[in-house]
Design a protein around this ligand. Structure first.
Ligand code: BGC
Length: 318
């Protein structure tokens, strides 16, 4: 990938944490810096804290790109939701703001997606060839779907509806803390959540991250699931590592990826074309084949309506 460490920054509800990452090993190249998240977590206030972290590591990271996670849906550099941060992030051109502010390439992604990438490339699901669901259990429930190392971004499975309620408001570890639930009392909630998710997407492996994963022995062994479930290994480093990984990956792939708007335009155009023509050597061939197919189809439909007994069927039909 690259030999110079790449800065990853994880924007969370209580802290903004950054560290330069050695992407050969998936480890920190220097001690992490944490700044408390401003009370009102607007893009501008968070921007100032991020700039401080970038400044702190400037010498080590040179003019390289940086990866930034945020607890929100991020599509093409725009933050689209704000479940546990300031609503000012909704439909906000975040990547552009950070690039203008920091004067360097910035890549933004959802916090759980970053953690999922890190676990898939360096952690609990390293080298896994199947569909891995990383679920982060914290104030909210984050999710990342990674298939054979490739991220399917913004899955947002913490917001599936269970019994008419948003799942993360019933089953997150934040809810456990808020209601003062013991593990025994919380287990049925988180079990129901995972059972519902596994019926929807049938993952090959579930990896559980977030603060509560350090106590995984208190709940993972008691969950009745069809899918193997293991604790994350990178813990609270995963977001930073995944962000740095994505910063470099995106830079390497941006150039050969056509824009989504362009691909959508082509798909819409294609859908408006009348019919896919049958391939033939000449125009007359094509006409013949279309007629033949139509005629066959007609016979089949007629047979279904008035099927003669098998023994009476004309021999040439075989
Ligand atoms: C948000 C997700 C985020 C998760 C964990 C959820 O409320 O919708 O985008 O990944 O919390 O922070």
């Amino acid at each position: 990938m690259t030999t110079r460490p790449v800065l990853g920054i994880d924007i969370g509800g209580s802290g903004i944490k950054g560290a330069p990452v050695d992407l050969e090993t998936g480890t920190f190249a220097a001690e992490r810096l944490r700044i408390p998240t401003p009370k009102k977590s607007t893009p501008k206030k968070v921007g100032a804290a991020v700039a401080e972290i970038v400044e702190h590591f400037a010498e080590l990271i040179g003019d390289g790109p940086i990866g930034l996670t945020v607890p929100a849906v991020v599509t093409h550099g725009v933050t689209r939701s704000a479940a546990n941060i300031d609503p000012g992030w909704i439909d906000f051109e975040a990547e552009k703001m950070f690039e203008d502010l920091l004067g360097r390439k910035v890549v933004m992604l959802n916090d759980a997606d970053a953690a999922g990438l890190a676990e898939a490339h360096y952690g609990a699901a390293k080298g896994h060839p199947g569909l891995v669901l990383l679920s982060t259990l914290g104030t909210g429930i984050g999710s990342a779907l990674v298939h054979a190392g490739v991220l399917i971004a913004n899955s947002e499975l913490g917001h599936i509806e269970i019994d008419g309620k948003d799942a993360e408001t019933q089953a997150s570890s934040g809810v456990k803390d808020k209601l003062g639930l013991s593990y025994k009392q919380w287990i049925p909630r988180i079990e129901k959540y995972f059972q519902t998710v596994e019926r929807l997407i049938w993952p090959d492996l579930i990896v559980v991250g977030g603060g509560v994963s350090k106590d995984s022995d208190k709940f993972l062994p008691y969950l009745k699931l069809n899918t193997p479930i293991v604790p994350a290994t990178l813990r609270n480093k995963a977001g930073i590592i995944g962000a740095a990984w994505m910063a470099v990956y995106r830079q390497q792939h941006d150039a050969d990826t056509e824009s989504v708007a362009e691909a959508n335009r082509r798909a819409i155009e294609r859908s408006q074309q009348p019919e896919v023509p049958v391939v033939g050597d000449s125009d007359s061939d094509r006409d013949d084949r279309v007629t033949a197919v139509d005629a066959d189809e007609q016979v089949e439909v007629d047979e279904q309506v008035e099927a003669p007994p098998a023994e009476d069927a004309p021999a040439e039909q075989d």
